[in-house]
Design a protein around this ligand. Structure first.
Ligand code: ADP
Ligand code: MG
Length: 568
């Protein structure tokens, strides 16, 4: 055993736990930690705001199954990261935040950027601790990494006293194994199969827990053998391809409303699924709930059958039951016909909107052309209100964990951090996969300076800003000028408005990336083709659309009220 510094011990402890990526912003007292991380073989990505750094580190957790690390300085640095920790917890994604903090002899002394960090992080994490000695660092980091992945995944925090960074200690580190996997009780499996077999209008809902749990292979076989229709949640998209014949995403409202039995695979009955309650669900719907978190079972709806355990294993158990007697839900039922009719009708409406040749373009036209050009294996990152909602219905996913969006917490500002994480994984694993970030103009603004990070590391992310001059909607440049003449804009400009035709493309060119100002279908197609052929640097397409463009009307929503996230 040889002696190392505290910084080296932190880095080697993370590496020993197979943490391969670190995102952060350095300063006193953590510069040495970032340098030691690189020396230990961890990839370090310096970001521009700790919030985006934490979003990126948590996306690594979702994409790879091992947490990314987020390295921040004390006080304000850690506080910026709290948004990322909250978002990771809400999404059930593992991440480990390492925060520098006051020296051991300066606690409560009014030290530089001193803050009650461990206490603060408790609300934002599953585990929050400050190693009491250098010798304790490896075991606290092991516990943080393990806790972030075991049970329901989430955020963990390790506080590092500033004076520990350069102190010397003997090293001892060992790795925690992958999370243990549990099966559902076999009696409950038998019951679930009999409920499914008795269903008249069954529906499988695939959530991002199924994506995180890497259940895609077993699930595909289960869906194909059982013949059941399935509906992905936003980030459940791609676990099975969106163009799979059993996918009923285009009939979402109908499928949810009329299903009599729902097999719920790794999705919470929260706002994303309308709480599993009327008016969006049948009041008598029988839910077969699959989750590894026992506390989740029964939230909002009492399940007909609860299958507690790992989705991949449980789907394999269900598959065993279906395989044994060759049961299959018939393809010629009234339920399938209803769903198929609805899918065809909805496709017609979207197509009509997409083919409108009005100028400026509407959302549907933009997404129609974007979807034609995107490669099937690209990772789509998306955020914004209309941009994310309409984009989700029109941009297909064909592979699991290839969609990252505002998620359970509906967080705006996650996109660029997520895209940077995906690009870092793409680069290190040589996947030759495009990362495409579809952003509303407002959403882009939250972490816009991260384009510098993309340019600095030559990460060839393609950013498409669907620019409607505002939050939900905006005004055109002429109206804006008229308003400015009428008086002080702070008194009269609608709070939803942003600067009309803002040149977000120039933010990208400022740092050496490609920028495109796009107004027409032709410009959109050629800019996207050029961007997709460039593997050297990032691109940003600033797509100016009609500031009053809206989603097609949905009977569930009052057209006069616009809320932040609509799901149809
Ligand atoms: P969505 O956003 O798709 O609706 P949620 O994030 O609400 O999904 O729900 C995901 C659920 O999946 C969480 O309740 C989480 O506990 C669960 N989960 C995560 N991984 C697994 C796994 N491997 N097996 C079973 N359940 C899982
Ligand atoms: Mg907008």
């Amino acid at each position: 055993m040889d002696e190392v510094t505290g910084a080296q011990l932190i880095a080697e402890s993370l590496k020993a736990q197979k943490v391969e990526y670190m995102f952060g912003i350095v300063g006193v007292p953590v510069i040495e930690v970032a340098m030691a991380a690189q020396a230990a073989g961890i990839k370090y990505v310096g970001m521009r705001n700790e919030q985006a750094a934490c979003y990126a580190a948590s996306a690594i957790g979702y994409l790879t199954g091992r947490p990314g690390a987020c390295l921040v300085v004390s006080g304000p640095g850690l506080i910026h990261a709290l948004g990322g920790m909250a978002n990771a917890n809400m999404n059930c994604w593992p991440v480990v935040v390492i925060g520098g903090s006051a020296d051991r002899n300066q606690e409560t002394a009014g030290a530089f950027q001193e803050f009650p960090q461990v206490e603060t992080c408790r609300l934002y994490s599953k585990f929050s601790a400050r190693p009491s000695s250098l010798e304790a660092i490896p075991s606290v980091i092991e516990k943080a990494v393990r806790t972030s992945m075991y049970g329901r995944p989430g955020a963990c925090y390790v506080d590092i006293a500033g004076d520990m960074v350069n102190a010397k200690v003997d090293r001892i580190v060992s790795c925690c194994p992958s999370p243990p996997v549990s099966l559902a009780h076999h009696g409950a499996i038998t019951e679930a199969i009999s409920v499914l077999k008795a269903a008249k209008r069954p529906l499988v809902i695939i959530g991002k827990g199924a994506a995180y749990g890497r259940a895609e292979t077993a699930l595909r076989e289960f869906v194909e053998k059982s013949g059941l229709p399935f509906l992905p949640t936003p980030m459940g998209k791609g676990v099975l391809p969106d163009d799979h014949p059993n996918c009923v995403a285009a009939a979402r409202s109908r499928a949810l409303l009329q299903a009599d039995v729902v097999l719920l695979l790794g999705a919470r009955l929260n706002w994303i699924l309308h709480f599993g309650l009327p008016p969006r669900f049948d009041p008598d719907v029988k839910i077969i709930q699959v989750d590894l978190c026992a506390e989740e079972i029964g939230n909002n709806v009492k399940p007909a059958v609860a299958l507690l355990g790992d989705i991949n294993s449980i789907v394999t158990q269900l598959l065993g039951g279906v395989r044994n007697d060759g049961w299959k839900y018939p393809s010629d039922t009234e339920w399938w016909n209803t769903l198929k009719d609805k899918i065809a009708a909805n496709a017609k409406i979207s197509k009509a909107l997409a083919l409108q040749s009005t100028m400026p373009m509407n959302y549907y036209t933009v997404f129609h052309h974007v979807s034609q050009l995107l490669p099937h294996d690209c990772i789509i990152v998306s955020e914004g209100a209309n941009t994310m909602d309409i984009g989700r219905t029109m941009l297909n996913n064909y592979l699991p964990r290839h969609r990252l969006d505002a998620g359970t917490f509906g967080t705006m500002g996650v996109g660029l951090g997520f895209a940077i994480a995906a690009a870092a994984v793409e680069r290190s694993e040589n996947k030759n996969q495009r990362i495409v970030c579809v952003e509303g103009d407002s959403a882009f603004g939250f972490s816009g300076m991260e384009v510098e990070t993309m340019c600095r590391y030559n990460l060839p992310v393609v950013i498409i800003v669907v620019n409607n001059n505002g939050i939900y909607s905006g005004v055109d440049p002429e109206t804006w000028k008229e308003m400015a003449k009428m008086g002080d804009l702070t008194s009269i400009a609608p709070p939803v408005t942003l600067l009309p035709e803002a040149r977000y493309d120039e933010v990208m060119t400022a740092f050496g990336g490609r920028g495109f100002l796009v107004r027409t279908v032709e410009e959109l197609r050629s800019a996207l083709q050029l961007s997709l052929s460039d593997w050297e640097r990032p691109s940003l397409l600033n797509v100016l659309i009609d500031p009053s463009s809206d989603r097609k009307q949905c009977p569930w929503l009052n057209p006069n009220v616009k809320t932040s996230v609509h799901l149809q």
